[in-house]
Design a protein around this ligand. Sequence first.
Ligand code: ADP
Ligand code: MG
Length: 697
Amino acid sequence: MDFLKTPISYLKGVGPQRASLLNKELGIITFNDLLFHFPFRYIDRSNYHLIKNVRTIDEPLQLKGKIVHIKEVGARRQKRLIALFEDESGQIELQWFRGVSWIKSSLKINTTYQVYGKGKLYGKSWNIPHPEISEWDEAKKQNNLQPVYSTTEKLNNSGLHSKGIEKLMSQFFSQWNDNPKENLPLNLLNENNLVGIKKALTDIHFPKNKSDSIKARVRLKFEELFFLQLELLLRKEIGKKKSKGLVFSHIGDYFNSFYSNHIPFELTGAQKKVVKEIRKDFLSGQQMNRLLQGDVGSGKTLVAILSMLICIDNGYQATLIAPTEILANQHFETINALLGKINLSVFLLTGSSKKSERKVISENLLNGGANILIGTHAILEDSVVFKKLGLVVIDEQHRFGVAQRAKMWAKGNPSPHILVMTATPIPRTLAMTFYGDLDVSVIDELPPGRKPISTIHRFDSHRLKLFSFIKEEVKRGRQVYIVYPLIQESEKLDFNNLMDGYESISRAFPLPEFKVSIVHGQMKADDKQMEMNRFVKGETNIMVATTVIEVGVNVPNASIMVIESAERFGLSQLHQLRGRVGRGSDKSYCILMTGNKLTKDAKLRMETMTNTNDGFEVAEVDLKLRGAGDLMGTKQSGLLDLKIADLSKDGQILMLARKSAIEILSSDPLLEENKNLLLRNKMIEILKNKPNWGKIS
Ligand code: ADP
Ligand code: MG
């Protein structure tokens, strides 16, 4: 039998009780499971400190010396053991409050010990409570990186604290003398400079030095990420073989006439590149599932319009879904204005469409009279039926789930092409992992002539200066957003907060010179819409709002975005809000107002915002701060249970792993060749319990 499959209870030091605890608390059932319980860090035990310096070091440290005196003080429950410990620099008390008599009997006077613990000031003197202590062993000194394992309170209570787990691990390694299965082919190991599996698994627990521990980690992370990428790429390959897509081979009058006569400006290089990528998808014979990433204001709408025109030129209908009614309206107006001259019929469907309007829309969708349908989630409803749907554009991806995408697939046969547009840049490492089923395009260039937005961080105490600055800008004809955060715990507090702000702003900016609008979540949809429209039309100069304005509103004349309590916002939200300004030709400002006291994270967020306008850079920092799970909202769902790799830190390893996976699949797309047998078997094992595996087994 495979040694690694041995039940953990067979390990010396693990009886039935500990075995069941290990199973319940850490999911460890076999030797193999224990082996894969990796330490999350190491304590550097190569370094020794002098006793006289204990007071200057605020972390656990290591001492070498002798016990010169032992005494028990206090009675019964208050009993303490004090050992006076000495090295050439001085003396310090080691103290124990538990296990006093047992520890006392095991300590020897005048023997050299190594002691590990953290100094504490007690009254006027320093001592070390409950240190780790062991007799000095010259031979053991070699092993100077001590693994630290995660554990739980229950395990702790049965002696399976980190040190206890380390003991089990030593025990295991002293018995383990065969070789584990190597999942990575030799050439992959060599090309990427990776250590073999046995060495990696040994060194990750008991590295001889830092370099060995790093090599072990890199190797294990690589393996994890490599098989993840191989799986994603393989799925995509299999998916493409399965799904037939509409072919739009024709570039016709609508596209040509619009492109040559009606685009008010030259496309940016990035827009052209993306349109080419989409055209290629349209010709491929497979269904397009493409994610288009581009910072706010990068001109994604135009790409959507051009794609829709190609679709219409080929005799199909197109639809565009926006996350809010305000946005849907805005798209409707923009698109009508642009397409008005080329004689297309565009309809708008939202939650507020009247029954009579819906009837007209339905008829036109069914008889093909409608070329384009723009709207909100209302389009997803089963009652919305197209004659020939060819393309679905979804604006602002993060509010649309996979299930909703699938709903749109079902509205055409074969399924329509899907273009998902998002203004929330996703770091490359995440896009490659979370959107494995989508191809990704990026618009990484803003239209020419944009003046970069100046982002400024100001403390609340400077509010008066801020107000006078706003006054000047408004007198010049500009418009201003002032945004308040939503604090989730209390809607009422939020509301009061916002209302207080509104009042003080109304006082500081009095009628008739200034006109202040307010929009918030508790208003009726109609009122919100009306207030928003007044601001869009320039009838009011200042918009006080909660984050309802976050998404997509386009008011080119608005040039100042003030974000109140900016420390309460996450980076991606701050960046989204900033994107509301800088859309016109005037110099724009984003002003982050915060209290004086900021956490380290909050400071970093403010600095990031003031240092860069690049959404991808912002997203990278956001990823580092929040971690992949939080960023993608998958933390709880366990969608991506990585054992050792961390997408927020291991981008480089991920790129290498992906590159290797791509190379292998490019010569052998379904892993059918003999030389890839090892990988094929591993993939079959991985895909066993997942859908779609049939094709490669
Ligand atoms: P987003 O990517 O945020 O959806 P939009 O599509 O709304 O950006 O475009 C923002 C603004 O930039 C719009 O007013 C649009 O007309 C303008 N725009 C788009 N492409 C170009 C271009 N190539 N040159 C100049 N302006 C452009
Ligand atoms: Mg947009």
